[in-house]
Design a protein around this ligand. Sequence first.
Ligand code: CDP
Length: 233
Amino acid sequence: MSELKQETRRPVVTLDGPAGSGKSTTAKEVARRLGFRHLDSGGLYRALTLALLEEGVPREEWPDLTEDGMRALPVHVASEGSEFVIEVGGRPMKSELRTPEVTANVAFLASLPASRACLLGLQRAAGEQGSLVADGRDMGSVVFPGAEVKVYLVADLTERARRRLKEGGGSDPADDEVEREAGVIAERDRQDSERELSPLRKPEDAHLIDTTRLDFVEQVKAIVALVEAQGTE
Ligand code: CDP
Protein backbone atom coordinates (compact mmCIF):
# COMPACT_ATOMS: atom_id res chain seq x y z
CA MET A 1 0.00 0.00 0.00
CA SER A 2 2.62 2.49 1.05
CA GLU A 3 4.81 1.43 -1.89
CA LEU A 4 1.99 2.12 -4.31
CA LYS A 5 1.36 5.49 -2.69
CA GLN A 6 5.04 6.43 -2.96
CA GLU A 7 5.03 5.53 -6.64
CA THR A 8 1.91 7.44 -7.52
CA ARG A 9 2.66 10.53 -5.46
CA ARG A 10 6.01 11.61 -6.92
CA PRO A 11 6.36 14.53 -4.48
CA VAL A 12 7.67 17.99 -5.09
CA VAL A 13 9.97 19.11 -2.26
CA THR A 14 10.67 22.82 -1.79
CA LEU A 15 13.60 24.34 0.09
CA ASP A 16 13.47 28.09 0.66
CA GLY A 17 15.48 30.39 2.85
CA PRO A 18 17.89 33.32 3.03
CA ALA A 19 21.25 33.59 1.27
CA GLY A 20 23.90 31.13 2.34
CA SER A 21 21.56 28.92 4.37
CA GLY A 22 22.82 25.93 2.39
CA LYS A 23 19.76 25.42 0.22
CA SER A 24 21.36 24.49 -3.08
CA THR A 25 23.95 22.01 -1.84
CA THR A 26 21.39 20.46 0.48
CA ALA A 27 18.72 20.29 -2.24
CA LYS A 28 21.16 18.67 -4.64
CA GLU A 29 22.12 15.94 -2.18
CA VAL A 30 18.51 15.35 -1.07
CA ALA A 31 17.56 14.94 -4.73
CA ARG A 32 20.44 12.51 -5.31
CA ARG A 33 19.44 10.38 -2.35
CA LEU A 34 15.79 10.25 -3.39
CA GLY A 35 16.47 9.80 -7.10
CA PHE A 36 14.64 13.08 -7.80
CA ARG A 37 15.68 15.95 -10.05
CA HIS A 38 17.06 19.19 -8.62
CA LEU A 39 16.03 22.68 -9.69
CA ASP A 40 18.23 25.56 -8.51
CA SER A 41 15.84 28.46 -9.14
CA GLY A 42 18.41 31.02 -7.97
CA GLY A 43 20.59 29.82 -10.85
CA LEU A 44 17.86 30.90 -13.28
CA TYR A 45 17.71 34.44 -11.82
CA ARG A 46 21.51 34.53 -11.89
CA ALA A 47 21.50 33.41 -15.56
CA LEU A 48 19.13 36.24 -16.60
CA THR A 49 21.36 38.66 -14.67
CA LEU A 50 24.52 37.39 -16.37
CA ALA A 51 22.87 37.57 -19.80
CA LEU A 52 21.90 41.22 -19.24
CA LEU A 53 25.39 42.07 -18.00
CA GLU A 54 27.00 40.30 -20.97
CA GLU A 55 24.68 42.03 -23.43
CA GLY A 56 25.69 45.34 -21.89
CA VAL A 57 22.13 46.42 -21.04
CA PRO A 58 22.51 49.24 -18.46
CA ARG A 59 20.96 48.33 -15.10
CA GLU A 60 18.68 51.37 -15.12
CA GLU A 61 17.05 49.97 -18.29
CA TRP A 62 16.28 46.53 -16.80
CA PRO A 63 12.89 47.65 -15.38
CA ASP A 64 11.80 48.59 -18.92
CA LEU A 65 12.18 45.03 -20.20
CA THR A 66 8.96 43.13 -20.79
CA GLU A 67 8.39 39.47 -20.06
CA ASP A 68 9.01 38.76 -23.77
CA GLY A 69 12.17 40.85 -23.61
CA MET A 70 13.43 38.70 -20.74
CA ARG A 71 12.44 35.57 -22.60
CA ALA A 72 14.45 36.69 -25.63
CA LEU A 73 17.67 36.69 -23.60
CA PRO A 74 20.02 33.83 -24.53
CA VAL A 75 19.21 31.74 -21.44
CA HIS A 76 18.27 28.10 -21.93
CA VAL A 77 17.61 25.27 -19.56
CA ALA A 78 18.28 21.74 -20.69
CA SER A 79 17.25 18.67 -18.71
CA GLU A 80 20.21 16.30 -18.39
CA GLY A 81 19.57 13.27 -16.25
CA SER A 82 18.75 14.47 -12.75
CA GLU A 83 20.09 17.99 -13.30
CA PHE A 84 18.91 21.02 -15.20
CA VAL A 85 21.83 22.52 -17.04
CA ILE A 86 21.59 26.30 -17.36
CA GLU A 87 23.12 27.79 -20.49
CA VAL A 88 23.85 31.43 -21.22
CA GLY A 89 24.77 32.24 -24.82
CA GLY A 90 24.95 28.52 -25.57
CA ARG A 91 27.56 27.86 -22.83
CA PRO A 92 26.76 25.63 -19.84
CA MET A 93 27.14 27.68 -16.65
CA LYS A 94 28.47 26.83 -13.21
CA SER A 95 30.75 29.16 -11.24
CA GLU A 96 30.14 31.93 -13.83
CA LEU A 97 26.72 32.42 -12.24
CA ARG A 98 28.23 33.09 -8.81
CA THR A 99 30.66 35.92 -9.54
CA PRO A 100 30.48 38.97 -7.21
CA GLU A 101 29.12 41.04 -10.13
CA VAL A 102 26.20 38.67 -10.74
CA THR A 103 25.57 38.35 -6.99
CA ALA A 104 25.51 42.14 -6.58
CA ASN A 105 22.84 42.55 -9.28
CA VAL A 106 20.65 39.46 -9.01
CA ALA A 107 18.32 40.65 -6.23
CA PHE A 108 17.48 43.77 -8.26
CA LEU A 109 16.71 41.64 -11.34
CA ALA A 110 14.64 39.26 -9.21
CA SER A 111 12.52 42.16 -7.90
CA LEU A 112 11.29 42.96 -11.41
CA PRO A 113 7.85 41.54 -12.35
CA ALA A 114 9.00 40.64 -15.89
CA SER A 115 11.81 38.41 -14.66
CA ARG A 116 9.51 36.52 -12.28
CA ALA A 117 6.80 36.09 -14.92
CA CYS A 118 9.37 34.89 -17.42
CA LEU A 119 10.66 32.15 -15.11
CA LEU A 120 7.39 31.02 -13.52
CA GLY A 121 6.19 28.73 -16.32
CA LEU A 122 9.60 27.22 -16.81
CA GLN A 123 9.89 26.37 -13.10
CA ARG A 124 6.40 24.91 -12.90
CA ALA A 125 7.04 22.78 -16.00
CA ALA A 126 10.07 21.31 -14.21
CA GLY A 127 7.78 20.17 -11.40
CA GLU A 128 4.97 18.78 -13.54
CA GLN A 129 6.12 15.18 -13.27
CA GLY A 130 6.85 15.49 -9.54
CA SER A 131 10.05 13.86 -8.22
CA LEU A 132 11.61 17.28 -7.88
CA VAL A 133 13.58 19.12 -5.20
CA ALA A 134 13.41 22.86 -5.92
CA ASP A 135 15.33 25.46 -3.94
CA GLY A 136 15.04 29.24 -3.86
CA ARG A 137 13.06 32.00 -2.19
CA ASP A 138 9.46 31.42 -3.31
CA MET A 139 9.37 27.74 -4.23
CA GLY A 140 6.91 26.81 -1.46
CA SER A 141 5.00 30.09 -1.38
CA VAL A 142 4.42 30.95 -5.05
CA VAL A 143 5.84 28.49 -7.57
CA PHE A 144 4.77 25.20 -5.94
CA PRO A 145 2.17 26.15 -3.29
CA GLY A 146 0.82 22.58 -3.40
CA ALA A 147 4.22 20.93 -2.83
CA GLU A 148 4.01 17.81 -0.68
CA VAL A 149 7.02 18.72 1.49
CA LYS A 150 8.12 22.27 2.22
CA VAL A 151 11.25 23.19 4.13
CA TYR A 152 12.49 26.59 5.23
CA LEU A 153 16.19 26.62 6.07
CA VAL A 154 17.70 29.26 8.32
CA ALA A 155 21.09 29.76 9.99
CA ASP A 156 22.75 32.56 11.97
CA LEU A 157 24.00 35.37 9.76
CA THR A 158 27.62 35.00 10.91
CA GLU A 159 27.55 31.27 10.28
CA ARG A 160 26.12 31.83 6.80
CA ALA A 161 28.86 34.36 6.02
CA ARG A 162 31.52 31.95 7.27
CA ARG A 163 30.15 29.12 5.12
CA ARG A 164 29.96 31.33 2.04
CA LEU A 165 33.61 32.33 2.44
CA LYS A 166 34.64 28.71 2.92
CA GLU A 167 32.81 27.52 -0.20
CA GLY A 168 35.27 26.06 -2.64
CA GLY A 169 37.46 24.68 0.13
CA GLY A 170 38.94 27.89 1.57
CA SER A 171 40.57 28.01 5.02
CA ASP A 172 38.96 29.62 8.10
CA PRO A 173 38.23 33.27 7.19
CA ALA A 174 39.35 36.14 9.43
CA ASP A 175 36.74 37.91 11.60
CA ASP A 176 36.79 41.13 9.56
CA GLU A 177 36.21 39.17 6.33
CA VAL A 178 33.27 37.38 7.95
CA GLU A 179 31.84 40.71 9.09
CA ARG A 180 32.12 42.18 5.58
CA GLU A 181 30.49 39.14 3.98
CA ALA A 182 27.71 39.19 6.60
CA GLY A 183 26.95 42.78 5.57
CA VAL A 184 26.69 41.81 1.89
CA ILE A 185 24.42 38.84 2.68
CA ALA A 186 22.23 40.89 5.03
CA GLU A 187 21.69 43.49 2.33
CA ARG A 188 20.60 40.83 -0.21
CA ASP A 189 18.28 39.28 2.40
CA ARG A 190 16.79 42.72 2.98
CA GLN A 191 16.12 43.23 -0.74
CA ASP A 192 14.66 39.73 -1.10
CA SER A 193 12.41 40.11 1.97
CA GLU A 194 11.20 43.63 1.32
CA ARG A 195 10.32 43.36 -2.36
CA GLU A 196 6.68 43.46 -3.33
CA LEU A 197 6.55 40.34 -5.49
CA SER A 198 7.27 36.91 -4.04
CA PRO A 199 9.12 38.22 -1.00
CA LEU A 200 11.29 35.81 0.95
CA ARG A 201 9.17 34.41 3.76
CA LYS A 202 8.49 31.08 5.39
CA PRO A 203 5.37 29.42 3.99
CA GLU A 204 3.04 28.64 6.90
CA ASP A 205 3.09 24.94 6.15
CA ALA A 206 6.89 24.68 5.81
CA HIS A 207 9.10 22.80 8.27
CA LEU A 208 11.59 25.21 9.80
CA ILE A 209 15.12 23.79 10.04
CA ASP A 210 17.86 25.84 11.69
CA THR A 211 21.15 24.57 10.27
CA THR A 212 23.44 26.74 12.44
CA ARG A 213 24.53 23.78 14.51
CA LEU A 214 23.62 20.96 12.13
CA ASP A 215 26.23 19.43 9.90
CA PHE A 216 25.50 18.84 6.25
CA VAL A 217 24.81 15.12 6.53
CA GLU A 218 22.37 15.71 9.41
CA GLN A 219 20.40 18.32 7.54
CA VAL A 220 20.15 16.15 4.42
CA LYS A 221 18.98 13.22 6.55
CA ALA A 222 16.36 15.35 8.29
CA ILE A 223 14.82 16.39 4.96
CA VAL A 224 14.97 12.92 3.40
CA ALA A 225 13.18 11.65 6.53
CA LEU A 226 10.41 14.23 6.07
CA VAL A 227 9.90 13.11 2.46
CA GLU A 228 9.89 9.44 3.40
CA ALA A 229 7.43 10.05 6.24
CA GLN A 230 5.14 11.91 3.85
CA GLY A 231 5.11 8.94 1.44
CA THR A 232 3.87 6.55 4.10
CA GLU A 233 1.23 8.76 5.67
O1 CDP B 1 22.80 30.74 -3.21
P1 CDP B 1 22.25 32.04 -2.67
O2 CDP B 1 21.39 31.82 -1.48
O3 CDP B 1 23.29 33.08 -2.49
O4 CDP B 1 21.32 32.65 -3.77
P2 CDP B 1 20.55 31.99 -4.99
O5 CDP B 1 19.64 30.89 -4.51
O6 CDP B 1 21.52 31.65 -6.06
O7 CDP B 1 19.61 33.19 -5.46
C1 CDP B 1 20.16 34.39 -5.94
C2 CDP B 1 19.10 35.48 -5.89
O8 CDP B 1 18.06 35.14 -6.81
C3 CDP B 1 18.40 35.69 -4.57
O9 CDP B 1 19.11 36.57 -3.71
C4 CDP B 1 17.06 36.29 -5.00
O10 CDP B 1 17.17 37.67 -5.24
C5 CDP B 1 16.81 35.59 -6.33
N1 CDP B 1 15.88 34.46 -6.22
C6 CDP B 1 14.54 34.72 -6.17
O11 CDP B 1 14.14 35.88 -6.15
N2 CDP B 1 13.64 33.71 -6.15
C7 CDP B 1 14.05 32.44 -6.15
N3 CDP B 1 13.16 31.46 -6.15
C8 CDP B 1 15.43 32.13 -6.16
C9 CDP B 1 16.33 33.18 -6.18
